[in-house]
Design a protein around this ligand. Structure first.
Ligand code: ADP
Ligand code: MG
Length: 239
């Protein structure tokens, strides 16, 4: 009888518990946010504009924390299909750009030639977002996030480089441990989610960090040999 839960199962359980209450918390947050926005736009509250902005930002932060917890729950429809990571990144790019520019930072996307591999679109988007968010948060004023993709040693590699002040050596071993955070307002869940997504894809994460910046490398193995795909129309694809 297996009574011990694996690391992934435990995280999944936390996510499921979050899912149970997320709705009940999000609905009132949405209502309050809506009214704050409405009131904040009225002339009689003009002098309180910074206060309204603060209140809305705080509600958004609470909402983001709920999202982090929800992402821990493994989706039952975690289906993967053969696709190019560059396409996922292109689709995500406007959102990433808006996020970085909102923090007065820059983002560069340098896609290289890659191969189609088995990817779950939603999970890979989450992985990219979490790594970029950490990169943005690691940089003080300004700075650039650089996203790269390329093939190397039979792997598709995706990397996120930031110009932050790096990760201290004593923290390295704890990265990805649920709830480990060095931030005042962090949940310490972002990297745990990344590691579980990477694990489900049979990929690995390597981290290169110096006091001038950090790069996260995600390596997806390219399956060997030829494989035959039957799509819904019954067409045969040989890769
Ligand atoms: P959170 O962002 O909520 O703190 P994460 O799991 O995303 O949680 O990250 C855990 C910790 O790892 C962060 O608090 C930070 O100390 C460290 N970290 C992650 N990414 C970076 C990065 N790009 N640069 C510097 N430190 C990082
Ligand atoms: Mg984070």
């Amino acid at each position: 009888l297996q009574t011990e839960m694996t690391h992934l199962e435990r995280l999944n359980l936390v996510g499921q518990m979050a899912a149970g209450i997320a709705h009940e918390i999000r609905n009132p947050l949405t209502t309050v946010r809506g009214y704050l926005q409405l009131m904040g736009s009225k002339r009689e509250f003009q002098s309180l504009e910074p206060t309204f902005k603060l209140m809305i930002d705080e509600l958004d932060r609470a909402n983001m924390i709920i999202s982090d917890y929800l992402a821990l729950a493994k989706k039952s429809d975690s289906e993967r299909c053969y696709q190019n990571i560059n396409e996922i990144l292109h689709r995500l790019y406007p959102l990433l750009e808006a996020d970085t520019y909102a923090q007065n930072k820059k983002i560069v996307f340098a896609p290289g030639p890659t191969r189609d591999i088995l990817l779950n679109t939603e999970e890979i988007s989450q992985l990219v977002l979490n790594l970029c968010r950490n990169g943005i948060e690691a940089m003080g004023a300004g700075g650039t996030i650089t996203l790269r993709t390329y093939c190397e040693d039979n792997h598709v590699v995706f990397s996120v480089q930031d110009e932050g002040s790096g990760i201290q050596a004593e923290y390295m071993d704890r990265l990805g441990t649920p709830f480990f955070t060095t931030k005042e307002n962090g949940t310490g869940l972002g990297l745990s989610i990344c590691y579980s997504i990477v694990e489900r894809h049979g990929a690995t994460i390597d981290i290169h960090s110096t006091p001038r910046g950090t790069t996260f490398f995600v390596r997806f193995p390219i399956p060997n040999g030829t494989y035959i795909l039957l799509n819904q129309e019954g067409t045969i694809n040989v890769r």
